[in-house]
Design a protein around this ligand. Structure first.
Ligand code: GTR
Length: 418
């Protein structure tokens, strides 16, 4: 396949100009790093070949097309949306925590179907002084006990509830494994089995495990809508790595979330596929290691990225005109940082349809000629881009969700949500 060769961190240097002018690199030898090249699906071109120039055409034609393409080829189609059986049961009485600064609620989000019952244990800390409070919902893909301890005996920057409360945000978290265990079990347990007890009838576009986790985050939003203490119009969904892929799919499919945050999401998340990033995870590799994450149709695209009718900038674009934030880490080559950034650049024209700014590059004191020629060079480490409605930062350090990341997400929410 033809791939973009990324030579420097200026991966996206010419992307905006090229994407917007419709320029295409003709051969690998003449490629400019980051240029949208022949074969890359254009987010603003319909399947029938029409260029989308209005919000109406985006919302009525192209956005539904893109969503369908991701359902059919990548994440799969949910067996149910909000089940009629959904109910919320307190796990224990509400309690004041954090020296009276927060009210803790623990709730079991329960549902049943032909294959039995399922439940998601949700922990919510709601600030006492801000009502209704904006909120962050963490899709936690690490152990609950260590990372989202409801009693706060174990405090972890992965879910810095105290810091969120101090800045006036409700902090909510659930464990992804409650919705569907993160193992390839042939879809015989978790939410798949609740609603589709016979896996032998699964279709090639049936929902995989990431779609199931995203479905779980939507059920959390169903609960939020019953809570006067939380402002349902100002809720962000956050996930790290596999959780970041999930957050993006959740933000794409559930427009009730005002903000979608993908932390180090990599392949199947924000990472643009059609880019040669040899140290990063490929579609072939992810399908082999995690055959349950995506739908069966996605298997065809291993070592065959050019046949995929979408690329991941289109996933980010599905969040427009709401807020999106993508973060990378300098030592996280596996997630393909330039690819994560590149998707933000190529998604931004959709925000511009709304008369808004998507990703806004940072001001440089001494821009190079290449940077001047471009609207979007990848920023240096620890220099967040937060001016537009698509945020981005490259944190110094390893693959993780750190306090630094959360602080930047709160800065972005302070700026655009408050
Ligand atoms: C890796 C996987 C990545 C990422 C990561 C994680 O093993 O290859 O796609 O999801 O796990 O979730 O931490």
């Amino acid at each position: 396949m033809t791939k973009i060769i990324v030579v420097t961190v200026l991966a996206a240097a010419s992307a905006v100009c090229a994407a917007e002018s419709g320029a295409r690199a003709s051969s690998p030898a003449t490629l400019t790093p980051g240029v949208l090249q022949a074969g890359t699906p254009d987010v603003l071109k319909t399947i029938a070949g029409q260029t989308v120039t209005t919000v109406e055409a985006w919302e009525q034609v192209r956005r539904p097309e893109v969503l369908e393409l991701f359902k059919t080829h990548v994440f799969g189609r949910n067996a149910v949306e909000r089940p009629a059986t959904l109910r919320f049961e307190p796990i224990e009485p509400d309690r004041e925590m954090m020296e009276g600064r927060a009210l803790r609620k623990r709730v079991s989000i329960r549902y049943s179907g032909p294959g039995g019952e399922g439940a998601i244990a949700l922990t919510a800390f709601i600030p006492k002084t801000v009502r209704p409070a904006p909120a962050f919902v963490l899709i936690c893909n690490r152990s609950s006990a260590k990372h989202i301890d409801p009693d706060r005996l174990e405090k972890n920057p992965f879910f810095p509830a105290e810091e969120l409360i101090a800045r006036g945000y409700a902090a909510l978290a659930f464990h992804n494994g409650d919705v569907d265990p993160d193992v390839h079990d042939g879809f015989t347990n978790g939410v798949h089995a609740v609603f589709q007890p016979d896996p032998s009838v699964r279709k090639s576009d049936a929902w995989g495990t990431i779609a199931a986790w995203a479905w779980g985050a939507s059920r959390v939003m169903d609960w939020i809508e019953t809570q006067p203490g939380i402002d349902r119009m100002r809720v962000g969904v956050v996930g790290h790595s596999r959780g970041g892929k999930t957050a993006l799919w959740c933000g794409a499919t559930d427009t009730r979330f005002a903000l979608t945050i993908s932390n180090n999401s990599g392949c199947g998340g924000a990472k643009f596929n059609r880019m040669a990033l040899p140290k990063s995870e490929s579609i072939a590799r992810i399908n082999k290691s995690f055959p349950h994450w995506f739908c069966t149709n996605y298997k065809q695209y291993g070592d065959n990225e050019e046949a995929l009718p979408v690329d991941q900038h289109m996933l980010v674009a599905l969040i427009a005109p709401r807020l999106a934030y993508v973060a990378s880490a300098t030592l996280d080559d596996w997630a393909g940082q330039p690819g994560e950034f590149h998707s933000c650049v190529l998604a931004s024209p959709v925000w511009r349809l709304y008369g808004q700014q998507g990703l806004v590059p940072g001001a440089r004191t001494a821009p190079s000629a290449e940077e001047q020629a471009s609207a979007a060079a990848m920023p240096p480490p620890d220099t967040p881009l937060q001016q537009g409605r698509v945020g981005y930062h490259l944190r110094t350090g390893k693959h993780d969700l750190s306090l630094y990341d959360w602080q930047r997400y709160m800065d972005f929410a302070d700026r655009h949500l408050k």
